[in-house]
Design a protein. Structure first.
Length: 141
């Protein structure tokens, strides 16, 4: 049986759900993602350490795939994740800093400026438009 693995790399947890082609869930796993406060001089600042993210991703995939019956094979992968966060790297692919969480208070000034510039309604409309594009592409598989 050919299956699709959906991987959700979210800010509170990372989830792996394996589906049949007609959308029936077959197996799943979920684990909380550790939020790290790594700067003693700024105790409210928070980040995700890339090794925690990657370790959790590997763990939930291994757990969900491990629950499959013999003859069941994952043939495709769909991933969604931190839409607002990014891992800064240098030209050689080396990490420069942890992923700054959207929950970190040092991002508030940028968020306020962005919201003022684009407007609340346009942000919601664009988010819905892009979400619909992703959903449509998954159904075409």
């Amino acid at each position: 049986m050919e299956l699709l693995l959906g991987l959700d790399i979210g800010s509170t947890s990372i989830k792996s759900i394996i589906y049949t082609k007609d959308g029936k869930p077959v197996s799943e796993a979920s684990k909380r993602l550790a939020l790290t406060h790594n700067d003693p001089e700024h105790p409210t600042w928070c980040v995700w350490r890339h090794e925690d993210v990657w370790g959790t991703v590997k763990s939930v995939i291994k757990e969900s795939v491990g629950k499959l019956d013999p003859g069941m094979n994952v043939k495709a992968l769909a991933v969604t994740g931190f839409g607002m966060d990014g891992l800064p790297i240098d030209r050689d692919g080396n990490e420069l800093y942890d992923l700054i969480s959207w929950q970190c208070p040092r991002t508030v000034p940028e968020f306020e400026e962005w919201r003022e510039y684009f407007g609340r309604e346009d942000v919601i409309k664009e988010t819905l438009r892009r979400s619909t594009m992703v959903i449509d592409s998954v159904y075409r598989l």
